[in-house]
Design a protein around this ligand. Structure first.
Ligand SMILES: Cc1ncc(COP(=O)(O)O)c(C=O)c1O
Length: 383
């Protein structure tokens, strides 16, 4: 056996104790914080302040400060954050909102829920993110906003998108459901556009113990409209000025999130460490990864690789008992509910990405030995 193969074989044999390696390990995150979380929840329960209580205000203040923004409004999910953010920005029937085909379905669901029409623009083959040139080609007289997605926690080119939005007199709004704590050109994601939507789904970089989300903005009027929309359209008590909904972030979730927020930077450092190891180990192989732009400081919600024979990769991971996922296996217009948004082949970059990707284990506490084991399994297919 040639020496490089022998080395690879040896490392596989030596590390057979390592699997199963989960895709995500929430126990590793929650266990050390258990007492603090229990105490924070107890305080909410003792106060009977479950809706719009002090725990919510306290978390909103802390999260706005973390995002270097003036306002954060806690809502019931990331999807609600997207929808209410757009409604508060005046988006509705007759308007068009431009976004990307390789995103979670919630991005376009939220646009459709406002009554506006989602318009898709293909992504950049290097970053896998919104391509400003492709967006420009889709701008029409009905375009009201551009909605980039900081997919996998990698910031989009906010400079180019801001200047595009300014040139064409449309809004720039952001889907940061996967990008808590990321930075573009030194600034936190959340303060660089009209408004930004976050998700606190449990597996996110900052995750609740249930559903949650937030709209972050520097615009006090927009923040006030989101506050009203999440609370049955009340700008003041018992006056329903807007058609709103029940869309508030629970106080119990806010209390949990405030405990976790104090650890977010350290967790994001851990994720970057894992990503760096994957990148080093997989460099020069057939595995392709999105390349962040130099101004981007990613937070790697997910670590996703592209491979021409992705089914073989999946089989190998399954056999080695390595947790993995697919984010996302079909582009938005390939989903039955949104088939009207494009024809097969219309967005070749996004379609190619969606059809050839696999998401590898990624969480702050993942040890580098386990990352090496995953890479050994992946690279075995290359030898
Ligand atoms: C890119 C993106 N947008 C929106 C959402 C919706 O967030 P939620 O699940 O909290 O509604 C998610 C969550 O998975 C997401 O990843």
């Amino acid at each position: 056996m040639e020496s490089s193969k022998l080395l690879c074989y040896t490392s596989l044999v030596m590390r057979t104790h390592t699997p199963p390696i989960p895709f995500l390990d929430l126990t590793a995150q929650n266990a050390p914080l258990r007492e603090e979380i229990d105490a924070a929840m107890k305080e909410v329960i003792d106060r009977n302040a479950f809706v719009l209580g002090p725990a919510l205000v306290s978390f909103e203040t802390a999260f706005a400060a973390y995002c270097e923004a003036h306002h954060a409004v806690g809502v019931s999910s990331g999807t609600t954050a997207l929808q209410l953010m757009m409604q508060a920005a005046g988006i509705g029937p007759g308007d068009e909102v431009i976004t990307v085909p390789n995103t979670f379905i919630a991005t376009v669901e939220a646009i459709a829920a406002t009554g506006a029409t989602p318009v898709l623009a293909d992504v950049d083959p290097k970053t896998w993110l919104m391509d400003p040139a492709a967006v420009e080609a889709k701008i029409s007289s009905r375009t009201k906003a551009i909605l980039p997605v900081h997919l996998y926690g990698i910031p989009c080119d906010l400079d180019a998108l801001r200047s595009l939005a300014d040139t064409h007199g449309v809004l720039l709004l952001e889907d940061a459901a996967q990008a808590h704590g990321a930075r573009w050109d030194g600034s936190r994601i959340g303060n660089g556009s009209t408004a930004c939507a976050f998700s606190f789904y449990p597996g996110k970089n900052l995750g609740a113990m249930g559903d949650g989300g937030a709209v972050v903005t520097n615009d006090p009027d927009l923040a006030a409209r989101v506050e009203a929309l999440r609370h049955h359209g009340q700008l003041e008590k018992n006056t329903h000025s807007l058609v709103g909904t029940t869309g508030r972030l629970d106080s119990l979730q806010a209390a949990v999130l405030e405990v976790k927020l104090a650890h977010l930077d350290e967790w994001n450092d851990g994720r970057r460490r894992v990503a760096q190891r994957y990148r080093e180990r997989l460099a020069g192989s057939r595995y392709r990864m999105p390349e962040p732009l130099p101004q981007a400081e990613p937070v790697y919600h997910l670590f996703v690789v592209h491979h021409p024979e992705v089914e073989k990769v999946r089989d190998a991971l399954r056999e080695a008992r390595i947790g993995h996922g697919s984010h996302y296996p079909l582009a938005v217009h390939e989903q039955p509910a949104f088939a009207h948004l494009g024809k097969k082949g219309e967005f070749p970059v996004a379609e190619d990405i969606c059809h050839h990707i696999v998401s590898l284990p990624m969480y702050a506490e993942l040890d580098l030995d386990s990352v090496d084991f995953v890479c050994d399994v992946l690279l075995k297919l290359e030898s």
